[in-house]
Design a protein around this ligand. Structure first.
Ligand SMILES: Nc1ncnc2c1ncn2[C@@H]1O[C@H](COP(=O)(O)OP(=O)(O)O)[C@@H](O)[C@H]1O
Ligand code: SF4
Ligand SMILES: [Mg+2]
Length: 381
């Protein structure tokens, strides 16, 4: 980048475009290759985990340069556990979850490196560990939408307006069960609607999405995510734009369902209140990285990273608007041009000499409670 301004010269733009094209070409070829399953089988580092994300890098190759939206993220989701991912808008929560689902929009968006190990069961019920990051896109149906399903942020954009709820729910059965008949699919759909607490499943079954309230649509989305008996549900901000009572109902429902389906939940939110209520384990993200992770009690009663401490202080009250939750002064660094030192430095009030040096390593301070900050570990200055 030019020293004097943030604007790129024509020459610089052309050089970026050329380099982007070269990298994208090889990543696209890798994604679209045909591969034997053995190429993407692996081992869990702990068999009690359902998911292990290991040093994941997901980038967007833009005209301005490479946006490192997810820049070395690692965390685990144990079986039968809810893991909350929290951080302010733009920190990479959705890109992380979309990477797990392999829904990153190419050619600009690409998983650049890292592993996403998933403790799967194949169609015969045999346990297998797939590295989702290495799967050819044509094999992704083995896990997406059946073993891992996603509840999206905005039900209205995920439900098809021209089909009834029943038609869309039945479709899930047809896709995942080759023996499904019209009658069995309908019965399963009605059962799913009942499971998510819909009192008149028949009526909702015959409705179009626009005929339902926001809370009802979100229930339908959840029933769709459940229809395939997933081992992992990813819920990305599952309660936006819903009033507080409905929000609480949806969260109760998710909690109940986790036990019923005997699975795990990856719950993404910018709302610490939701995390406190729902999560067993918390992953705090900042500017594309995990800066702290730990059991929920530790994160709330013994937060270590100055950013997490700041989040606690700006914790929402019921009356506050979601936009004002993150009132820690200062800005996140430009994602195209990340510094080598701690990304929170410009906003940190506890900064010391060491903080101008290398990016802090992630260290385990108490069992299962990790932080990446120079205030911990190592010798005092
Ligand atoms: N299609 C895209 N092109 C370029 N940058 C993107 C794209 N999608 C997301 N990003 C960038 O990735 C970063 C993380 O975004 P995201 O994961 O959506 O954040 P959030 O934590 O709010 O879910 C942001 O800086 C965002 O601008
Ligand atoms: S590493 Fe330094 S600058 Fe970064 S959060 Fe810790 S104390 Fe603050
Ligand atoms: Mg998001």
């Amino acid at each position: 980048m030019s020293k004097k301004s943030n604007h790129l010269s024509g020459k610089e733009v052309r050089a970026i475009a050329k380099e982007n094209k070269r990298i994208i070409k090889s990543l696209e070829a890798y994604k679209n290759r045909k591969a034997d399953e053995s190429e993407y089988l692996g081992h869990m580092s702990n068999p009690d985990n359902i998911l292990e994300i290991d040093n994941l890098h997901t980038y967007f190759f833009t005209e301005q340069g490479v946006v490192k939206a997810v820049n070395g993220v690692s965390f685990e989701i144990p079986k039968n556990t809810t893991v909350g991912i929290v951080g302010e808008s733009g920190c990479g929560k959705s890109v992380t979850s979309m990477s797990v689902m392999r829904l990153i929009q190419g050619p600009a968006g690409q998983i650049y490196s890292g592993s996403i190990r998933f403790n799967a069961k194949d169609t015969q019920g045999v346990s297998k560990v797939y590295d989702i990051a290495k799967m050819p896109i044509s094999d992704i149906h083995k896990i997406r939408g059946n073993q891992i399903s996603m509840i999206f942020q905005e039900p209205m954009t995920s439900l098809n307006p021209v089909f009834t709820i029943g038609q869309q729910l039945d479709e899930v059965s047809f896709i995942h069960d080759e023996n499904a008949t019209k009658e069995s699919a309908r019965a399963k759909s009605l059962q799913m609607l009942e499971l998510v607490g819909i009192a008149m499943p028949e009526r909702v079954y015959n409705s179009f999405p626009h005929e339902l309230s926001g809370g009802m649509r979100q229930r339908v989305m959840i029933s769709m995510a459940l229809a395939s008996n997933p081992r992992l549900i990813i819920a990305d901000e599952p309660t936006p734009a819903l009033d507080v009572t409905i929000q609480a109902q949806i969260l109760d429902l998710l909690r109940e369902l986790k036990n019923k389906i005997d699975g795990s939940i990856m719950l993404i939110t910018h709302d610490l209140g939701v995390i406190a209520e729902m999560a067993d384990y918390v992953v705090v993200m900042y500017a594309g990285r995990v800066i702290e992770k730990g059991p929920v009690d530790e994160i709330f009663h013994n937060p270590l990273h100055p950013y997490t401490v700041g989040l606690q202080k700006s914790k929402p009250t019921l009356e506050s608007e979601s936009e004002t939750l993150f009132n820690i002064p200062g800005n996140v660094p430009n994602p195209v041009n990340m510094p080598n030192f701690c990304y929170f430095k410009e906003r940190c009030s506890q900064c010391k000499k060491k903080c101008s040096g290398d990016y802090p390593e992630m260290i385990e301070v108490t069992p299962n409670h990790f932080v990446a900050c120079h205030l911990y570990g190592g010798e005092e200055e």
